[in-house]
Design a binder for this molecule. Structure first.
Ligand code: URA
Length: 233
């Protein structure tokens, strides 16, 4: 693939902007500066540098973000900052989108990708991917609430009760809840229907993929094949 197409495919601007970056001598591969946009480079395991910052070539981007509170899962946020402000600009340019949404005040594991099939598969209600949340509740949890969550609660606008796959108290006010669906405000609504209230919500896991403990809030990382395998379970 020629170098201009490499940069273009990775979201570094229009073809003209990519040609200009190369012509200005700002792009290097393997330590050597390339100023010819038509230079042919092998994309296998390619790492290129722009202004000294290394970027791996990724045909498709699969990204994990430790979402902090106060960010909306939208490129066009209404009341808060966008999660895209935490990511390099080229991700939005290459069409990366959130895989499902977390509320602005929810923290934790958020997946993003520019692979339309992947985004669709993991947001489709048909694919029942377990999602594990830790909810801090306003009132102490009790057995009746946990039983209601496990047996199913009827949410406004739904025709059938929704049951958690698992619900247990980690402490008096900490609920670990595993759900398969991804409905609007689902955890908050389920907890409210069970007679309590969510004060803080954190997503710890999607499928077999856990939020890495070393990834600080606001930080992101590429998902490699091993992590994608864990996600699929
Ligand atoms: N359930 C909620 O209520 N909010 C989220 O952000 C995710 C799940």
């Amino acid at each position: 693939m020629n170098l201009e197409s490499v940069l273009f495919s990775q979201g570094f601007g229009s073809r003209r902007q990519c040609r200009a970056l190369i012509a200005e001598g700002r792009v290097s591969v393997g330590g050597a500066t390339f100023d010819d946009p038509d230079a042919d480079v092998a994309t296998d395991a390619l790492v290129f540098e722009i202004d000294g910052i290394a970027w791996p070539f990724r045909e498709r981007a699969y990204i994990l973000l430790n979402k902090p509170s106060g960010y909306e899962c939208s490129r066009d946020p209404q009341h808060h900052l966008s999660v895209f402000s935490l990511l390099p600009a080229q991700f939005a340019t290459r069409g990366v989108q959130c895989v499902g949404r977390l509320d602005q005040d929810t923290t934790g594991l958020l997946l993003l990708s520019d692979d339309g099939q992947f985004v669709h598969a993991y947001t489709s209600p048909k694919r029942k991917v377990p999602k594990v949340y830790l909810a801090t509740t306003r009132h102490p949890l009790d057995d009746a609430q946990l039983a209601a969550l496990r047996e199913g609660v009827l949410l406004h606008g739904e025709t059938r009760p929704i049951a958690a796959v698992a619900a247990h108290a980690r402490s008096a006010n900490e609920l670990e809840l595993t759900v398969l669906e991804g409905k609007y405000h689902q955890v908050k609504r389920m907890v409210a229907a069970a007679g309590n209230r969510v004060e803080a919500l954190h997503r710890e896991r999607v499928g077999g993929l856990a939020l890495p403990p070393t990834l600080a809030p606001g930080q992101w990382q590429w998902l490699d094949e091993a992590s994608l395998g864990l996600l699929r379970g």
